[in-house]
Design a protein around this ligand. Structure first.
Ligand code: SAM
Ligand code: SF4
Length: 336
């Protein structure tokens, strides 16, 4: 009999981390993520919050210990706090170690205290610049002061914050030292992300924005002392401790490093499609088995079938000749 209480993929990796894109919509239009005139999915295609709860709970029963809500912007989905409230029962029961969220911070001032009450301990907030004009240029529709308010609320609520910064050549590469110092002052961790070739965004291409993090690291080391630390999350980030600020600095380098051997995660979209790898197109539809029966046996079988197909790894390339994304879907579909 296969062990159905845990999900082990063909390469022996235990799948313990589910990232859930709860909506493809967003109140920002970051230039590297979306075209300004993005078309979004029709509502009927999107799982209800009740269905998302059912699916996430099925994953928790199958051995997932960490759930991350992402998007699009998770906190713009109507009534999203209902889902957090429902899922927090798995924290209380001990079935889940961590419930968390990746957000652009625009709605955080409203929700930070409740998130903390529900047992959320750490959140990721994406912020590429501390300059209000640049912030607006990058996000097109965002306002830096709203995000700053959200960050203050998160701090006041006792949430640990990790800032995610996409490194963009010619855009925010003059601000990295300032971001390190600011995160040190605020007590935030900081992770730099390489821009990834996902989804057509129109206009300028990411080939022009791509900045290898080896260069970012090199530049930071002219000013800061970065000590390697053994902090691993099973994900693509490698962490250092900044001796001067005491803060952790992570580097997510999907383009220059292969981190697939230790991959513990799968990604669910808001339509119930499960992607077994961020960098591959293969996917499994979980919405049909979910809707076909009120009993969860079908969907659990579909989950196991999908895990049995998890690929060994990905092969991201920024295609310099064709200047086309390596993966057709946008980051907002799977939430990064
Ligand atoms: N809206 C939320 C946010 O911005 O944090 C959650 C979803 S967003 C898609 C998750 C992360 O993906 C963000 O940190 C964002 O900067 C990053 N991201 C989006 N498009 C990217 C790309 N093409 N390459 C690298 N990172 C990207
Ligand atoms: Fe929205 Fe996040 Fe994409 Fe920016 S990165 S457009 S905030 S989903």
């Amino acid at each position: 009999m296969p062990d159905t209480s845990r999900m082990i993929d063909p390469y022996g990796r235990a799948i313990t981390y589910l990232r859930v894109s709860v909506t493809d919509r967003c109140d920002f239009r970051c230039v590297y993520c979306m075209a300004e005139d993005m078309t979004f999915l029709p509502k009927a295609e999107i799982l209800t919050l009740e269905e998302l709860d059912r699916l996430c709970s099925a994953f928790v029963r199958q051995g997932v210990r960490k759930l991350r809500m992402t998007g699009g912007e998770p906190l713009v989905r109507r009534n999203i706090m209902w889902l957090f409230r429902r899922l927090s029962r798995h924290l209380e029961s001990g079935a889940l170690d961590e419930l968390t969220v990746t957000t652009n911070g625009s709605q955080l001032a409203k929700h930070a205290a409740e998130l903390a009450d529900l047992g959320v301990r750490r959140i990721n907030v994406s912020l590429d610049t501390l300059d209000p004009h640049k912030f607006q240029a990058i996000t097109r529709w965002g306002k830096l002061d709203k995000v700053q308010e959200g960050l203050a609320a998160a701090k006041a609520a006792g949430l640990a914050v990790k800032i995610n910064t996409v490194a963009l050549k010619g855009v925010n590469d003059d601000e990295f030292d300032r971001l390190v110092a600011w995160c040190g002052d605020e007590g935030f961790d900081l992770t730099f992300i390489e821009v990834m070739p996902m989804g057509d965004i129109g206009g300028e291409t990411r080939v022009d924005q791509y900045l290898p993090l080896s260069m970012v690291r090199g530049r930071l080391q002219e000013k800061w002392t970065l000590d390697e630390i053994d902090h691993r999350t099973g994900g693509p980030a490698r962490y250092s401790r900044c001796r001067e600020t005491g803060g952790r600095i992570g580097f997510i380098t999907p383009m220059t490093h292969n981190f697939c051997e230790s991959c513990n995660r799968v990604r669910l979209t808001c339509t119930g499609t499960l992607y077994m790898c961020l960098g591959q197109e293969d996917a499994a539809d979980l919405r049909a088995p979910l809707r076909e029966s009120e009993d969860d046996a079908l969907v659990e079988a579909a989950i196991h079938e999908a895990i049995a197909r998890k690929p060994k790894g990905h092969d991201f390339v920024i295609d310099r000749r064709r200047r086309r994304p390596a993966v057709g879907r946008h980051m907002s579909v799977t939430g990064g």
